[in-house]
Design a protein around this ligand. Structure first.
Ligand code: MN3
Length: 386
């Protein structure tokens, strides 16, 4: 049987949905993992609780106003405590760390991920925005520093699992499955009036607020197409999105001979998290199994691009390349925040994103500074419109 040597991990965004589930994976196999560092954006109470339970070497809170509370709460323990976003960018470079789980939200994942790659750490990639914004740059760095990028996103983990043992075989097509979200069967008219509460109720997956809204608007699937392109080196024209409301097939790969491999399972993120952390080994788990007696049907339909233009925007952004995916991401982050604050309608989001794509200054081969600049500019521009 395959053995996994103990891996020392850092979890960026440990209080979020992926972060807490990563810690559940650690609890499932405490002898396989050492938690070296955990970081959070603002949720200090949860972070304190996690630190006291898992006793990492270091804890970082991005929100510096919460630092004194964190410091004091952990004063009786031999844990190093830091505050500020820069500390997150630095902690990933710590020598003992083998693998960094990037589970923070949005654009903020980019710089810590780059630093971790440069320090030679393996990346368990949960922050898809990193690949959306700067996939080309990330790939170049990963190549240069010889570090693996292991997908945590369930669709990409599925593809990664289907590709195991197929290194020399030609991939014809990647088939990304999409649940279709809570508004799949809505009319255009109904979609005009959906509320924040409705959008936050995903039919199959329990996730953080940002990604749940992205799922409802299909932006998430658009981002996943971009993520797939960079992770697997497949052109956008060879990535197909299929709506599969049951979320049992997590994605598929079609090979040159027409054969298709799929990965199936219950919708539980702990499985792809664990696979990324222990690849290529599969550890046993107590997670729920598919019950073939209650599973009635697996259905498929075409995504509705009329209703969900964000998916089309993603393909357009990939075709245009350069900094345009970064533009889409920045515009989307502002739109989602505004929608969650009930300042814009659900259907305004794709319109504002499209406008940002038209108005942006195009940069063909952006550097990291160009990405930071584009992100800042587009955020300011879209905020202005709202
Ligand atoms: Mn996904």
């Amino acid at each position: 049987m395959n053995e996994v040597k103990k891996r020392t991990i850092a979890i960026l965004g440990s209080t979020g949905s992926i972060g807490t589930q990563t810690l559940q994976v650690v609890e499932e196999h405490p002898d396989k993992f050492e938690v070296y560092a955990i970081t959070a954006n603002t949720r200090v109470d949860e972070l304190i609780e996690q630190a006291r339970k898992f006793l990492p070497e270091a804890v970082v809170i991005a929100d510096e106003s919460k630092y004194p509370k964190l410091k004091e709460a952990l004063a009786d323990l031999p844990i190093k405590v830091y505050g500020g976003y820069e500390s997150i960018c630095q902690i990933v470079e710590s020598k003992p760390i083998d693998i960094v789980v990037t589970a923070m939200v949005g654009f903020s994942g980019l710089r810590p991920t780059i630093n971790a790659i440069k320090a030679g750490k393996a990346i368990a990639l949960a922050n898809k925005e990193t690949m959306v914004v700067a996939g080309e740059l990330i790939n170049e760095l990963a190549m240069k520093y010889q570090t693996p990028i292991l997908p945590v996103d369930s669709e990409h983990s599925a593809i990664f699992q289907c590709l195991a043992g197929e290194m020399h075989n030609k991939v014809e097509k990647l088939i990304l499955t999409a649940s279709g979200g809570p508004f799949r069967t809505f009319t255009k008219e109904q979609l005009e009036h959906v509320t924040r509460q409705q959008a936050l109720k995903h039919p199959n997956w329990s996730m953080g607020a940002k990604i749940t809204i992205d799922s409802a608007s299909m932006m998430n699937k658009g981002f996943e197409v971009m993520e797939a392109k960079w992770l697997f080196g497949v052109g956008a024209e060879d990535i197909e999105v299929v709506v599969h409301p049951q979320s049992v097939i997590h994605s598929m790969v079609q090979f040159g001979d027409g054969a298709i491999k799929a990965q199936l399972g219950t919708p539980d993120m702990r499985l792809p998290i664990m696979y990324a952390l222990t690849y290529p080994v599969r550890l046993p788990s107590s997670f729920e199994r598919i019950d073939w007696n209650t599973l009635k049907e697996l259905t498929f339909e075409k995504p509705n691009l009329e209703l969900f233009p964000n998916l089309r925007h993603a393909y357009t952004a990939l075709a245009e390349g350069g900094n345009i995916p970064c533009v889409v991401n920045a515009a989307n982050e502002i739109c989602v925040a505004a929608f969650l604050e009930e300042r814009i309608k659900f259907t305004e989001m794709p319109k504002l994103i499209e406008r940002a794509m038209e108005k942006a200054t195009y940069i063909l081969k952006p550097t990291l500074d160009d990405y930071l600049e584009t992100d800042k500019e587009i955020r300011a521009m879209v905020k202005e419109w709202i």
